[in-house]
Ligand binder design. Structure first.
Ligand SMILES: [Zn+2]
Length: 276
């Protein structure tokens, strides 16, 4: 089995967790973790059902999007904004409300239709296929996107090109080092082994960003935001974990503070000039 790290190339890894058919291994060189075996393709989102959430009932998603845009805005970002993998476009709506000139790109056709129906500017397709002009955006957001890519470094290099000088890239990632994943082990809902190539740590993603000529300006730990339907569905699928799942749902619903926060993190990084 090929355990070579797609972030740093190292073959030194140790098993963290797993179930029948997959495991997660921590790379001993870059502190990110890898799904083994890796997902078979990163082009599986054209008809993705994840985004088929009713727009009118999606208060929690809107709240999470607003919270993320506030983090970006509070750090001084303004101007043109691209949301890569924007789903239904909740973050675009929040960015528009905050004064950004915002657009998105999304592979899921149903999600694009939903966003366009609400008047949002969204291209359909995969970011890695699309040619945005160089030096176009002040801010690029990739919220729970990078882990779905077979080549995260290439994604970051594209963002570097599309950003204006001193522009900002914001990443939202699940944090496998958080309290909830440690409690839930292989039952943690954010492993998603058929889709996630990499599970980033703050330290690991910071190194990756530095290698792609970004400088991290701000980092925060938060909680993943799951609604009851999602929690219930995964609880029924993995019934032995019912207590832990309910606990995790309770923690996320009530947004309890330390030590429960931390199964997600956001990083805001600024484009540096330099040869790539
Ligand atoms: Zn590595």
């Amino acid at each position: 089995m090929n355990n070579k790290c797609i972030i740093c190339g190292s073959e030194q890894s140790k098993r963290l967790t797993g179930r029948a058919g997959w495991e997660v291994r921590i790379c001993l060189d870059c502190a990110n973790a890898l799904t083994v075996p890796a997902p078979t393709t990163d082009r599986q989102y054209d008809d993705h059902s994840f985004f088929q959430i009713p727009v009118e009932g999606a208060l929690r998603w809107r709240h999470a999007a607003g919270d993320l845009i506030k983090f970006i805005h509070d750090n001084g970002c303004r101007g043109t904004f691209l949301d890569v993998g924007c789903g239904n476009g909740f973050a675009i709506e929040a960015a528009l409300a905050a004064g950004f000139e915002a657009q998105g790109i999304e592979a899921s056709q149903s999600a694009v239709i939903s966003g366009r129906d609400r008047g949002l500017q969204i291209q359909v397709g995969y970011y890695q296929d699309n040619t945005f002009p160089d030096n176009t955006f002040d801010v690029i957001l990739m919220n729970h996107v990078l882990e779905h890519s077979a080549n995260p470094r290439t994604m970051l290099m594209s963002a570097h090109k599309h950003l204006k000088p001193n522009g900002y890239l914001c990443l939202g990632q699940s944090n496998y080092l958080g309290t909830i994943p440690r409690l839930l082990g292989a039952r943690w809902y954010a492993w998603v082994p058929k889709e996630h190539y990499v599970h980033f740590s703050v330290q690991g993603v910071t190194r990756l960003l530095q290698n792609a000529h970004f400088q991290v300006k701000s980092t925060r730990l938060t909680t993943l935001f799951w609604d009851w339907e999602n929690i219930l569905a995964s609880t029924l699928r993995h019934w032995p974990g019912i207590m832990l799942h309910n606990f995790a749902a309770f923690v996320n619903q009530t947004r309890l503070g330390f030590p429960f926060v931390g199964d997600q993190f956001n990083v805001l990084a600024q484009k540096q000039e330099g040869n790539r």
